[in-house]
Design a protein around this ligand. Structure first.
Ligand code: ZN
Length: 136
């Protein structure tokens, strides 16, 4: 793994959260994006070399909606940049971790992503993410 790519925070209201975090960071989100397949709307902030992702549910049955219902707002996941997501998924599966996706899927911010089940990671949802070089 290369570095922390971003930290994801689940919020009830993206618009309100954007205002709050813009105040904290002194700059607005540089990007907003909906990932329809995941039922989520996201915004991204730059903080020096780091990134923070805010996530709001757009569907009541989306993973973020379920998370918010169960745990409320707060830190949802930590994403780590990887060079070869398929190789990392294979390696971690062989190490006994539960990878929540069979294949890497398209995430926000032009990434291919996969998640590790928090039951094997001391309660932390870990996202692997690789730059998706998409030229269609
Ligand atoms: Zn993320």
């Amino acid at each position: 793994m290369q570095k922390i790519e971003h930290i994801g925070i689940a919020v009830n209201d993206l618009e309100k959260a954007n205002e709050v975090y813009a105040k904290i960071f002194g700059a607005p989100a540089y990007k907003e994006e909906e990932v329809e397949s995941e039922g989520v709307k996201t915004s991204f902030f730059k903080v020096g070399p780091n990134k923070i992702e805010l996530l709001e549910a757009t569907k009541p049955d989306s993973p973020i909606a379920k998370y918010l219902e169960k745990r409320g707002e707060g830190i949802h996941h930590i994403a780590f940049a990887v060079k070869d997501i398929k190789a990392e998924m294979k390696r971690l599966t062989e190490e006994g971790f539960v990878v929540l996706n069979e294949k890497p899927k398209k995430g926000a911010d032009n990434k291919l992503v996969a998640f590790l089940h928090p039951k094997n990671t001391h309660g932390v949802l870990i996202e692997l993410c690789q730059d998706a070089d998409i030229r269609e």
